[in-house]
Design a protein around this ligand. Structure first.
Ligand SMILES: Nc1ncnc2c1ncn2[C@@H]1O[C@H](COP(=O)(O)OP(=O)(O)OP(=O)(O)O)[C@@H](O)[C@H]1O
Length: 390
């Protein structure tokens, strides 16, 4: 597949995302790239996405290898989401979303989760930044942490695949290191609803993530449910945030919850909110003006020698100075089992939100790997012919 790489539009822990145009069709794409030698998460995401087709999951468009400025890159081509993430939407709306908007988004996320779970896939990292807005509506993205569930036992393969996700959104059983099945996605959905309603990740007031994880795993507490929500919304949340995974409602059960009955009412307003004119080319200047994002990765498995709950909490405390507070900014961390360096864990954790964008850029510059250096400096009109991988 030939495509023209444009500006960098996002950065995550495993990859850099650029806008691109498919040479033949002119379609606008998002291309997620990582150095080939460090592309294991992109590979896993490709393997999962390639088998999926849902209007509620960001679509897979192909993958290829390119050699750019002497660096060999693995590229995952995806449907482009011009509206940003749900977290962006929360910020644009002044820090919280109206309940009818939340209802609409939740409905689409649940349709996506119902589809994934029906295909025996656990997403493992549901949160506002990983739900994107396209001209077709809300779609689940970033399946880099996703995994197949064992079809025979119905349990996940956590013995071979370490648990993953973002601490503030982790279900109690995940925080304890026990299991990460479908109910863990439902808990994370509940946390995402709180994020949409309040502009903050759950567990407000617990700034130390080590203490917070301990509380999530062992205290018996659940995140505070916003009192200003309707009774239906509160009841919906209570079904997501059951501490016992077996008591949590499934995606298909939640789709029939009374909270979602009026789901279509806010659709039109939401779609007009984000100025989602689809660019016709990577040369459209307005699409170079989106801000770069910095997400950071926390990688506890690098040092992991035991998976017992207390050992996991202790390991967390070793890393706590590098872990940011959990406010709704760009300092969330994703737990993954790759080999990234501790120095990369959270370069921006000490920065105040007011100067976050500037500081993020500085932090990016300090922490750039070769791929990032290349991608940041890339010109907007470069045509690459990748080696298609089927
Ligand atoms: N399909 C897309 N369309 C538009 N922007 C996208 C798309 N996919 C990703 N992005 C942007 O790139 C950023 C990083 O992408 P993504 O979260 O998939 O990377 P990652 O390395 O898996 O991140 P994380 O560290 O959160 O796991 C996103 O926050 C988003 O801003």
């Amino acid at each position: 597949m030939n495509w023209i790489r444009g500006k960098t539009i996002g950065r995550g822990s495993s990859a850099t995302v650029s806008i691109a145009t498919a040479s033949r069709s002119g379609d606008v794409l998002a291309v997620k790239s990582a150095e080939l030698s460090q592309s294991q998460f992109l590979n896993r995401e490709q393997e999962i996405l390639a088998g999926l087709s849902s209007p509620y999951v960001i679509a897979y468009k192909g993958c290829c290898i390119t050699s750019e400025n002497g660096t060999v890159l693995y590229n995952l081509c995806l449907e482009y989401a011009p509206g940003g993430s749900i977290s962006d939407a929360v910020r644009k709306h002044g820090g919280c979303l109206r309940e009818d908007m939340i209802r609409n988004y939740v409905h689409k996320i649940l349709l996506g989760l119902d589809y994934l779970h029906g295909n025996r896939i656990v997403h493992c990292d549901i949160k506002g930044p990983n739900v994107l807005l396209t001209s077709d509506g809300v779609k689940i993205a970033d399946l880099g942490c996703a995994r197949h569930v064992d079809e025979v036992s119905g349990e996940d393969r956590s013995t071979v695949t370490p648990l993953a996700g973002t601490p503030a959104y982790m279900a109690p059983e995940v925080a304890r290191g026990e299991q990460q099945g479908f109910p863990a996605d439902i808990w994370a959905l509940g946390c995402t609803v709180i994020e949409m309603a309040t502009g903050r990740a759950p567990w407000v007031g617990v700034l130390d993530p080590v203490l917070a994880l301990y509380r999530i795993g062992f205290s018996g507490d659940v995140p505070e449910i916003p009192t200003f929500l309707s009774e239906q919304a509160k009841d919906f949340l209570s079904k997501c945030l059951k501490r016992e995974p077996k008591e949590r409602w499934s995606a298909s059960e939640l789709l029939n919850h009374a909270f979602l009955v009026e789901t279509e009412s806010a659709s039109e307003e939401m779609m007009s909110t984000f100025n989602m004119v689809t660019p016709t080319s990577v040369l459209d200047q307005q699409y170079w003006e989106s801000e770069d994002e910095l997400d950071t990765t926390w990688n506890p498995t690098q040092k992991r020698s035991s998976n017992s709950p207390m050992d996991r909490i202790k390991k967390l405390s070793e890393l706590s100075s590098k872990i940011p507070n959990w406010s709704l900014d760009k300092t969330w961390v994703t737990v993954r089992n790759n080999g990234s360096k501790e120095a990369d864990l959270c370069p921006n954790s000490q920065y105040h939100e007011d100067n976050l964008q500037l500081q993020n850029k500085d932090a990016i510059d300090e922490n750039l790997g070769e791929t990032d250096k290349f991608t940041t400096g890339i010109q907007s009109e470069m045509i690459y012919t990748g080696t298609d991988i089927e």
